[in-house]
Every structure is written in C-alpha cells, then in structure tokens.
Design a protein around this ligand. Structure first.
Ligand SMILES: Nc1nc2c(c(=O)[nH]1)N[C@H]1C(S)=C(S)[C@@H](COP(=O)(O)OP(=O)(O)OC[C@H]3O[C@@H](n4cnc5c(=O)[nH]c(N)nc54)[C@H](O)[C@@H]3O)O[C@H]1N2
Ligand SMILES: Nc1nc2c(c(=O)[nH]1)N[C@H]1C(S)=C(S)[C@@H](COP(=O)(O)OP(=O)(O)OC[C@H]3O[C@@H](n4cnc5c(=O)[nH]c(N)nc54)[C@H](O)[C@@H]3O)O[C@H]1N2
Ligand SMILES: [Mo]
Length: 928
C-alpha cells in the first residue's frame, strides 16, 4: 500500500532490513543518505544541478531477487523492494571497484589531492594500494593560470563533463575515445589554457579525485601542499548575482574559494568569484591613513605610483587623518553652507555602510547631495520602473527562468557580466524555452538563442515600439489584464499605431517579419520574462527604452506570475541594497521622496535633526557643480569616478579642483590621486555586513580575514567621521545599525539581522519572520495609486551624438568577463590579470580589413573629447562601423572618450553611444 509523507505519495521498501520510505523520485542512494546509511559515490554528486549517471559503480547495492547489483545513485526503489547496502556482497563489489581505480591512481604519497573525495572513500574502505597493473599515464597540463590538470588521476566519471555542459552550459569539456582510451578533453584536445574555457572552475569543484584542482593548492610537481586552517561562509564581492561562497583560508590568507548553495547560485561561481580573490592581498593595498603633503598641486590626469605614494602624501595617524577630514568638511559647511558638500557612497560596501554614509551626508553635511554608481547604471530603469510599476526592484528572481517559456535578454551580456545567472538562462534554453537576444553585438549566448536580433545601436525604442504596435494591432494584448491592472491604455495604443514594423525596419535594422514573429511569440507565451542591462539604460533615451519594456510586460500580462516579469539585472554586488538604503539624492531609504514633507518629518523625528528639503545633485551634476564652484568638498567611499565617469577630462578636472577631497578605498585609485585625505579601508572579506542582490535577497557577508596594516572597516570610518562632525553616533557594529535602518524600510519587515545571520539569505518582501520571502511580486497589481501599472508612451529620439564625416564610427563601451569596471580590483588579481592583461578595442573583421591592419595591431580611437591608443581585437560579434572598448584600463581609459550627455529622467550618461574616429597607428609610431 502506498504511504504518504507530508501528504506526498511515497514508496515503502526495506534498506538493510529496515523499513524506509522514499519520496516521489528519490533514488536508493538519496534515501540511504537521509537514513544515515553511508554508500560511497564518485561519479554521483548530490549537489543541485547534477544528474546521476551511474557509470562508476562505486555505489552498488544488492536488490534481493536481482541477478546483478544496482547503482544506487540512479536506481529508484519500488514498493516492497528489499535492498542491501551493507552486506558482504555489496561491500565486496564496491571494494573491488575502488581496488581497480586505486591501481590506476598516482601513488598515495604523490597523489595530487590526498584528501580528495576519492581518497577519503578509499580510506574509509581501508584500501591503500591497488592490486592491478597501472594504465599508461597522461602528463600534467599546467597551461591554465588558475587550474592544474592531472589526468593521470582521472577516473572518467564524467562529473566534469556534466559540470561544464549541463550545470554551467559552457560545452568546453568532452569525453573522447572509447573504452580503454577514453579520456576527457578540452575542446579539440587542446591544453586547457588554450581552450575556450571561461574558468568558472565548476569542473574543479566537481572533480572527486584531484585530477582538476585550483593551481593555488599544488606545487610544481602537482602535489597538493596547501590546506586551509579555516573556512568562512560569505557572499561574492563582485556582481549583483550574489553568489554565496566559502572562503578557504590559511594563515589569514585566502587559499581558494568554493561555491556554496545559495538561492541565487546553487554552488556555481564564475572566474572572478572563484579565482579573482587575491586582490585583497595585493601589496598595493593602502594600509596607513595618508594626508596630502603641503604644497603638492592636484594636476588632472596625473598618476601616482601606488607602491610609492610618498611623492604626494605623508603617513598620518587615524586621529590626525580623521580630524583633518572632518575639519575640512566643517569649514566648507561654515563658509559655503551644506550645498558646498557632496558624497559618493559605494555599491561595493554593505547595506549598513550605505545607510551610515547617506545618514552622514544628510545629517552631518546637511545636504541631499549623495549619490553612487547606480546613477551611471540603472538610474533610467529605476526612473521608468518607479513611474510605471511603483517599485524599482525586480518583479521576479532570475532563477524564475526555470518557469519561463519565452525569455528576452536585451542590452545585457550575461555570460560575461552575470555569468552565473547566464547558466540558468542557458539551461532554460536547453530545456526548450525560446531565448530571444536583442543586442547590437552578438553575445556569447547567441548559440543558445531562438532568435538573435542584432539591431542597430541606439534604436531600442524603434524596435520595441514596433513589437508593441503588432501586439496592439493584432489584438494580442491581454484585455482582461490591461483592464484590471493598468492605466493609460487607450492613449498608449493610439501612440504605438505610428510605429509599424515596416516603418521601423529601416531604423532598427530588423526586418518586419521578424519583429512580428517575436512580438507574437512574446504575447502568446505561457510565461515570458524580460531581462535587461546597460545597453538599455545607458542612453539619453534610457528611460524611454525601459518604458517600452515595462509596457511590453504590462499589456501582455506577462508579470506577477512564476516565470514572468521584469528583471533589470543589477550590476554591483550591493547596488540594490545601496539604493534601497538611500544612497540617492532624491530619496531617503526605501525610495521615500526627500521633498515630501510628511516623509521628511518622519526622518527628522527619527534622526533628531532638521533635513534639507530639496533633492540633491546626481553624480554627473555634482561634477558640473564643482566646475561651477558650488561644490567645494567631497567624501568618496568605494567609487572611482576618475575612471568611471563619462568625459574624464571634465571629471578629473573637477576632482582636481575640489578644495577638500576625502577618499576611502582599498587602493590608491585614480580618484585618490586628487585626495587631501586618504582613508585605508576594508575589502569585502574583511568585514561583517548585509548585501542585497539583484533578486532582492538580503545575504550575510562575514568577516573572514584581518584588516591589513592600519586599515579599518568602512562602517567604523564613517562613524568616526560623523562623531567628529558633531553627531552623536554610538554604533559599535553593523548589527547595531541594521535595526535602525530596517525600522525605516518596510521592505525589510520581518527580516532581522539575526534572521539573515541564521538563514544566510532572505528574499524581501517577506510576510512573516518564519515565512520565506516572495520570489515573484505584483501578483495582485502594483504599489501605485489604485494598484494600476502605468503605460507610458516612448518617443523616438536619436542618440545625442551621431557619426558624421569626421567621426564616422560608433563608440560603445562596456565590460569583459575577467575585469571589474575600473580595474582597481581585477587588475590586481593575479589570475584575472594573467587572462586579460592589456587594453583592447574590439572591432569587426571588416574594420580590420578597412584599416589595413592585422588583428592585434595598435589602433587609435578618438572622439570630440579625447584619444586613446590600444590593441585591436578582431571580434565577429561587433558590427562593422562600431568599436567596443571596455573601461577597465587606465592606460587607455574609455571614458576619456565618452559623451556626458544625460537622460533627462534618470540623469544617466550615454556610455553606450558616441561618434568616434578609428585609425591605424603607423608601425614606427607604435614601436616608439
Ligand atoms: N565581468 C564583469 N561583470 C560585471 C561588471 C564588470 O565590470 N565586469 N559590472 C557589473 C555592473 S555594475 C553592471 S551594471 C553589469 C552590466 O552588465 P551588462 O548590462 O551586460 O553590461 P555592458 O557590457 O555594459 O553592456 C551590455 C550590452 O549592451 C549592448 N548594447 C550596446 N549598445 C546597445 C544599444 O543601443 N541597445 C541595446 N539594447 N544594447 C546595447 C552591448 O553590446 C552589450 O552586450 O555588469 C556587472 N557585472
Ligand atoms: N564607459 C563606461 N563607463 C561606465 C560604464 C560603462 O558601461 N561604460 N558603466 C557604469 C556603471 S554601470 C557603473 S556601476 C560604474 C561603476 O563605477 P565605480 O563604482 O566607480 O567603479 P568600481 O571600479 O567598481 O569602483 C569601486 C571602487 O571601490 C573600491 N572598493 C572595493 N571594495 C571596497 C570596499 O569594501 N570598501 C571600499 N571603501 N572600497 C572598495 C575599489 O577599489 C574601487 O576603487 O561605472 C560606470 N561607468
Ligand atoms: Mo553598474
């Protein structure tokens, strides 16, 4: 008779003479594991995402009445089955399997990883040396900077193949040959370092024998010499995906990193999270407070040797540096009033640090001139989302793609910039979901796409309005949904009438039939979801681009259910949290307008001080205000505007022009060059604090390492500055800050510090302290008046600066997988720098031919604002007439070239489009 566990159907069978129950779909191995019966396993990984393959026979069990033994990792129990996992026959058979495998392994003393899963099982089973003749042994492959490949330890379990193909969907590792000659290969049997491997390290994490290992653990003889003495669970410091990880530490140094089973990443990591951690130990870390030497001028574009800052700075004690920092601010506040001051907070720091920073600017400086990199990032998306759906956070986690049948990814390059999210997108496509990529550049995900719409740069509104036109004209919109949950439809429908696919085709470069087909597919989908990135937001019409995406979702009712929704992929590890916590000039924490008297009153009561009633200036406006001599002093924590702002001539001149600049960073950045006071702070693994990822998941970052030298935690520094500015702050730890912050933020209701500490991740909103948060929101309308989503029409506006005779190319800028923004962290991470060491500009084959150069030759790219020389890279994804430059390289800073023109709503600059000239550099000049 079938039994039920928690109301679910289950199977009852006997395991080693004991009656046990299996849930629907559970294998014998899984039940045994749950029941505490240990069965060895090698080719099977119980981790999420790994299919059982049943090839290694290490987990054999006896099933009474069956002639041969069964692999328990794939065998499902049947009602009444009698399974023996621990009898003589099963144990002998398993031992035989291990005996055979051990015979083929390198000797125990020289084994690559003596504590591998393989050797741990062999030890448990009492097997030391094999009794069978060895096979011929393949040599070591140390061609990759991050991973050591020693296939003499490979047991052909193919876990790495599944890791690469099925979990991360990178398709680099394969199995070649048959029988005795079977072996794993990278691409076409290339050395790993020459293959298309993206170094996610999933295979290393999966390998049970040490055949694949982080090279940081082995010596030149490929024998493991390094073992951690401590493990700390935390979150990755790089992107907004928010991968949970475990730091493995030896002697207070990070040794290697493992992926952890967090809700966003399910153990997966990318090359930066796994191998890009040693920036924290870089000798260029600043470890002493520094004060600018008397009389040393601030010269725009000047750089300082980070190993020898003493040309410009002198060492100071914390007291002296903090006093000087605070007195500078007080003096300007006195002379010029609060409007003379501004602050850039950081999306690389914790929620508590962001909260403290904006509180210091608002209550200590007395102004709302506080902003951060979100302004250069999703500011336009946020403007459109607040207007359209009343909330700027994502409506569904990216993991919801598991429930989608149509997925749009527009203006986003997730395989490089959100690599772990991309693995879930690729898996969805493999499962049969239709992946639609809309990007002027062909991205790596195009291989998995049902449609790649490679439209013309800057024409998103034309393409999207044409799709909206089709959906309205062909009556494909969801009438019921539109009526119940939206407002403004009649005017909106009238507006999109003019954007017929035929008329938009020549503008966006996508043929009318494709526009129709994609529009219909999206509208008719069971569950469709939209992801977008900087290609949408970083335009002078970025808000209009996002309005179209919101409208697409609203009129088709593709929102509020599993597998549907709007997801602007957040960039920095804590840009969601920093924005939520109020690092924004127009909002207090939780997006409450600073200009609303009632809200302001509540904050004045809470903080016990009168507040600035006017919204503050944004990032680029602050730079303008410095030129206009309105802003005189700045506090910059964990941002590098001397590299990340548009039009660096303008930005660096502004920074150099400041009367008083305090920079708090982990390195002496291009921005710190203009500082009067430099405050050495903590890297992410050196402090406690919460972070919020793109999925609205609040996660716990934990202190894993001591601070180097005299460096201090960011929160501590901000508190000390506040005290010196006359504020009575008594917080002793981020856990004292969190409750105050959460008390002003309904989004954090039911999410206490202790809960995040306990659960590691809690998604907001959460309805009760013991209920998981909601992955999907807006199931019953929107947080706007009447609960309606608002449909807003978008006009066609050309980019601010279009190509012409003198500047005939389009310059677009962005990122690469291995580098982080301004390069401050990743160019100081050994493995990442080894993979991508030099500044490049990606151009098409056609452009290379037209310039008469070979790929790799130096080229010169100029715009009306500046010129850089850098290496050309042929990239077939880039269209003719376009040049793509990543902004990580100080020696060829892309932002010397970019246009600071702003979107009128989000105030975001047009990083993705300006007119440029591209020239070959004569050989002689290049050699000089
Ligand atoms: N490796 C790495 N990862 C990162 C970062 C990093 O620096 N390095 N930064 C993080 C941050 S803060 C962010 S914001 C995200 C950004 O992540 P993405 O949004 O993926 O970043 P980008 O590379 O700037 O640009 C995305 C895409 O926009 C396309 N694009 C260019 N012009 C247009 C256009 O006119 N229309 C459309 N629709 N698309 C266009 C480009 O071809 C590119 O594929 O990445 C995060 N992750
Ligand atoms: N041309 C061009 N420019 C762009 C973009 C583009 O696509 N093209 N994208 C824009 C976008 S989306 C963004 S988000 C911005 C990013 O612009 P920024 O935020 O200015 O860039 P990052 O390099 O991430 O700067 C982070 C700084 O924080 C420091 N840091 C790291 N961890 C910590 C810490 O724990 N404490 C402290 N105190 N400091 C720390 C790092 O050393 C670094 O100096 O760039 C923008 N600029
Ligand atoms: Mo960003």
């Amino acid at each position: 008779m079938k039994k039920h566990i928690h109301g679910e159907k289950c199977v009852t069978f006997t395991l080693d003479g004991r009656e046990v129950h299996a849930h629907d779909g559970e294998t014998i191995w899984q039940v045994a594991q749950r029941e505490g019966v240990e069965i060895p396993h090698l080719c099977y990984s119980p981790e999420p995402g790994y299919r059982a393959d049943g090839n290694c026979r290490a987990c054999m069990v006896e099933i009474e009445g069956e002639r041969v033994l069964a692999a328990s990792c794939i065998r499902k129990p049947a009602e009444g089955m009698k399974v023996n996992a621990s009898n003589h026959r099963a144990e002998t058979a398993r031992k035989m399997v291990f005996d055979l495998l051990v015979s083929d392994q390198p000797a125990r003393e020289t084994s690559h990883d003596p504590i591998s899963k393989f050797w741990s099982w062999a030890d448990k089973m009492g097997i030391e040396t094999g009794r069978f003749p060895e096979r011929e042994k393949p040599g070591a492959d140390r061609s990759h900077p991050a991973m050591a490949v020693n296939l003499d330890a490979c047991i052909q379990c193919n876990l790495c193949v599944r890791a690469c193909r099925e979990v991360q969907v990178n398709d680099v590792i394969g199995m070649a040959g048959r029988g005795h000659n079977e072996k794993i290969v990278f691409d076409f049997d290339d050395p790993m370092g020459n293959s298309t491997c993206v170094a996610c390290g999933e295979c290393v994490q999966a390998c049970p024998t040490g055949a694949l290992m982080p090279s940081s653990l082995v010596n030149a003889e490929n024998v493991r010499t390094e073992y951690p003495d401590k493990k700390v669970d935390s979150v990755c410091p790089y992107c907004g995906v928010g991968c949970q990880l475990t730091y493995n530490i030896k002697d207070d140094k990070l040794l290697y990193v493992d992926g952890k089973n967090g809700p966003a990443n399910e153990n997966r990591l990318c090359v930066k999270g796994r191998f890009g951690f040693d920036y924290v130990h870089n000798p260029q870390r600043i470890t002493k407070p520094m004060i600018r030497k008397e009389g040393v001028p601030k010269i725009p574009h000047e750089f300082i040797d980070p190993m020898n800052p003493w040309t410009h700075f002198r060492e100071a004690t914390w007291d002296e540096a903090l006093d000087k920092a605070a007195q500078g601010f007080l003096k300007i506040r006195e002379q010029n009033g609060p409007k003379g001051l501004a602050g850039f907070g950081s999306a690389k720091c914790s929620n508590e640090e962001a909260y403290l920073f904006q509180k210091l600017v608002r209550t200590g400086f007395g102004t709302n001139n506080v902003d951060h990199c979100t302004r250069l990032c999703h500011a336009s998306s946020v403007a459109a989302l607040l207007e359209g759906v009343g909330s700027a956070a994502v409506s569904a986690t990216f993991n919801e793609v598991k429930n989608s049948d149509v997925i749009i990814v527009i203006g986003s390059n997730p395989t490089e910039n959100h690599p772990v999210a991309a693995t879930f997108f690729k898996q969805a496509a493999k499962r049969g979901a239709k992946l639609i990529i809309m990007d002027p550049r062909g991205t790596a995900m195009k291989r998995h796409a049902w449609k790649l719409m490679q439209f013309k740069n800057g024409t998103d509104v034309a393409m999207l309005n044409a799709m909206l036109n089709v959906i309205v004209e062909e009556n494909l919109y969801d009438k019921q949904y539109v009526q119940t949950y939206t407002e403004g439809f009649p005017a909106f429908a009238e507006h999109v009438k003019q954007f017929t696919p035929e008329e938009m085709e020549p503008i966006c470069g996508i043929d009318a039939d494709t526009l129709r087909e994609v529009a219909r597919t999206f509208a008719r989908a069971e569950n469709a979801i939209i992801f977008w990135g900087m290609g949408v937001s970083q335009h002078t019409h970025g808000t209009d681009n996002a309005r179209c995406l919101i409208a697409l979702s609203l009129i088709t009712g593709q929102i509020g259910r599993p597998g549907t929704g709007l997801h602007p992929l957040r960039g920095q590890n804590n840009v969601q949290g920093a924005s939520d916590a109020g690092l924004i000039p127009m909002f207090f924490p939780d997006y409450k307008s600073v200009e609303d008297p009632a809200t302001r009153g509540a904050y004045e009561a809470k903080w016990g001080i009168q507040l600035d009633p006017k919204r503050g200036l944004t990032v680029v406006e602050i730079m303008d205000a410095i030129h206009a001599d309105t802003i005189k002093g700045m506090y910059i924590m964990g941002e590098n505007p001397a590299m990340s702002d548009p039009d660096l001539n303008h930005a660096r001149e502004a920074l150099a022009h400041l009367e008083h600049l305090v920079v708090q960073d982990i390195f002496l950045t291009e921005t710190a060059v203009y500082a009067d006071v430099v405050l050495p702070s903590s890297a992410w693994p050196e402090k406690d604090g919460t972070v919020t990822n793109t999925n609205r998941q609040v996660q716990m970052g934990r202190k894993a390492l001591p601070l180097p030298g005299d460096a201090k935690e960011d929160w501590w520094i901000t508190i000390e500055l506040a005290k010196r500015m006359g504020l009575n702050w008594t917080y002793a730890h981020p856990r004292d800050v969190y409750p105050e912050m959460a008390s002003m933020m309904p989004a954090l209701d039911n999410i206490s510090w202790e809960r995040v500490e306990r659960e590691n991740a809690v998604t907001y909103p959460s309805d009760a302290p013991d209920k998981p948060g909601r992955d999907v929101v807006f199931d019953k309308g929107f947080p706007r008046p009447g609960g309606f989503g608002k449909l807003v029409a978008a006009k066609l506006t050309p980019p601010d600066e279009t190509p012409d005779h003198d500047f005939p190319f389009i310059l677009t800028t962005g990122r690469q997988l291995e580098h982080w923004h301004t390069g401050s962290m990743t160019r100081r991470a050994t493995v990442l720098d080894a993979i991508e060491p030099t500044a490049i500009a990606a151009v098409s084959r056609g452009t290379i031919a037209k310039l008469g150069i070979r790929p790799g030759d130096m080229i010169r790219v100029s715009t009306r604002r500046g010129t850089v020389d850098l290496q050309s890279r042929q990239d077939d994804a880039v269209p003719d007439g376009v040049v793509f430059i990543p902004f990580a390289y100080v020696e060829a800073a892309a932002n010397l070239l970019t246009n600071p023109a702003l979107d009128p709503f989000g105030k975001i600059p047009e990083f993705k489009y300006c007119a440029a000239k591209v020239e070959a550099i004569p050989m002689r000049e290049a050699a000089e």
